[in-house]
Design a protein around this ligand. Sequence first.
Ligand code: DMJ
Length: 610
Amino acid sequence: MRWRALVLALVLLRLGLQALLWLLLGLGPGLGLPPRGPLGLALQRLRGPGAGPGAAGSGRGACGRAHWAAGLRRGRTDEYERRYSGAFPAALRARMRDRARGMFVFGYDNYMAHAFPQDELNPIHCRGRGPDRRDPSNLNINDVLGNYSLTLVDALDTLAIMGNSSEFRKAVRLVIDTVSFDKDSTVQVFEATIRVLGSLLSAHRIITDARQPFGDMTVKGYDNELLHMARDLAVRLLPAFENTRTGIPYPRVNLKTGVPPDSNNETCTAGAGSLLVEFGILSRLLGDSTFEWVARRAVKALWDLRSNDTGLLGNVVNIQTGHWVGRQSGLGAGLDSFYEYLLKAYILFGEEEDLRMFNAAYRSIQSYLRRGREACNEGEGDPPLYVNVNMFSGQLMNTWIDSLQAFFPGLQVLIGDVEDAICLHAFYYAIWRRYGALPERFNWQLQAPDVLFYPLRPELVESTYLLYQATKNPFYLHVGMDILQSLEQHTRVKCGYATLHHVINKSKEDRMESFFLSETCKYLYLLFDEENPVHQSGTRYMFTTEGHVVSVDEPLRESPWKDISPEPRSHELRAPNSSSNCNRVPDERRYTLPLKSVYMRQIDQMVGLI
Ligand code: DMJ
C-alpha cells in the first residue's frame, strides 16, 4: 500500500508542478519539457510574454515547428520585410545612441560622485566599494577589486570613443596622479590584466595616436605615464608565472608580495590562457619580450594538454601537475576568452601559430560541442546550439549554457562564420526576450534558468553589435533597442545600474561591475553610432575581451625579437588518453562561410518576433 501512496503522491506532485509552471511561465503540458527533436532543444518554446517588439498577440511558443511552417505559408514573409528589412529611421538611431551615451554618463558620473577613488559603485546606496578586507575568501569581490579605482581605469577608452575629450583628459590625469599598484591586494591575474592593464594600454595608444581619430585626446605634458603604469602592474603580476612546473600561471598574486604562500594550484583555462593580447601589446610597445613570452608559454602549455582524441581542453587545470581538474569543455565560463585570444592575438600580431591553434580549436568545437542541424538556416532538426561536454569523450556533461557564451557569435563574425553566428545569437536573444536579461545559466532542457542573476554583462550586446557590423541588417538595431530598454527598465536605480539578483522577480543587488561602463555601454553606443571613428576613420580596430579598443596596425606586428615561441612542451605533460568511449569522428564540415545576407525567416522562427 505504501508504494501506491507514494506513486499517487508523485503523480499529484507532478500535476501540481505542471499546473504551476503553466500558470507562471506558460510552459504548457509536459512539465515544461516539450516534445523534442534529437537534442530536445525545443527552441520554438522560448518566448517573452509580451516583451519586446512584435510579441503582442503572436501566440507563438505554444506551438511547435509545424506552426512556424503554417505561419510562413500564410505569407508572413512580407511581415518580416515590413518590420525589419526597412531602414531603422536615422532619427531613432540617433535617439538610441544618445540614450546609450546617457546610460554611460549616469553610471560614470555617479561613480565619480559617490565611489571614486574606490573600485566600484554600489548604485542602490550611492556608495563606493573596495576589496573585502574582512573576508579574504570573498573572491567574487577580491579577485576584481584591487583598490586601484577600477571603474575609472576601465572606463577610459569609452570616454574617448564617445568623443568626450575633456572628461577623457581629466580621467587620464586623475589615473596618473592618484592610482597606484603598490597595494596589499590579492587579485586575479586575469581580471587585473583585462580590466586594468588592457585599459591603460588602450588609453595610452589613444593619447599617442598621431591621427587622433576620436577628436583631440592628447594630454598636455603626457610622458607615457600610462604605459609605465601598465609595465609596473605587469611586473607585479609576473610572480604568477614563476615556480610553476607547467608554465601555466598561478591564478592570483598579491600586488605587493607576489604569490600568496597558501596559493591555489588550480586555475581555469580562460584565466591562465587569455593574457596574450595585453601582455603581447605591452611587450611590443616596450621592446621587452618578457611579458609576451610568459603569456605565450602559458597558452602553449594549455594547448599541449588538450585531449589527443577530441582536441578539446577542460575548464580547470592543476598548474604543477598539468592534470585536468575540471574536464568540462564548453564555450562559456572557464574557457571563453581562451578561444577568443587565440584569434585576436593572431589578428593583432600576425603570428601564424596562433591562427593554427584557433582553427584547430574551432574544428574541435564544431565537431564535439555543436549540436543540432548542420546548417543554421535550413534542413531538419533543431537549430544549432553549443553544449558542455567531457573534454575526453565529447559526451554531454550537463544541460545548461551560460550567459558568457553569448560572446561566441561575435567571435564567429570575426572569422566569417556569420550564418552560424546568427543562429546562436538568436537563441540568446530569445532568452533575453523572455526575462529582459540573461540569467547566468540557462537550462536548455528544462527551459528555465539554473542560475538567476544578471550582473549587467555585455556579451549579448557585443555579439549584436558585431553582427550588425557584418550584416547591416536593422534587425540588430531592434535587438539593441530592446536590450537598452530592458536595462533601463529593470536595472536603473538611484545612482546607476544594478546587478539583477533574480531575472524573474527582478530583485537587485547593490553592485555595478566595471564592465558595464567599459563594455555594455560602449557596445550599445557603437551599435547606434554609425559615424563613429571606430567605423569611419579608415583604421582597423579590434576589441580586447574587456572591450578595450586597440588599432590593428604594423607597429604591433613587428616584434623586435627573433623567436617568441617558447620551447615545445615536454611530452609527459600531455593529457592522458582517457577517452575510451569516444565514438565521434571529427567531421570535415565546412566551418567558415562567406558573409551572407541575414536569414530573417530563420531568426523569426527562433526568436518568435512576429
Ligand atoms: C568581462 O570582464 C570580460 O568580457 C570577460 O572576458 C568575461 N566576463 C566579463 C563580462 O561578462
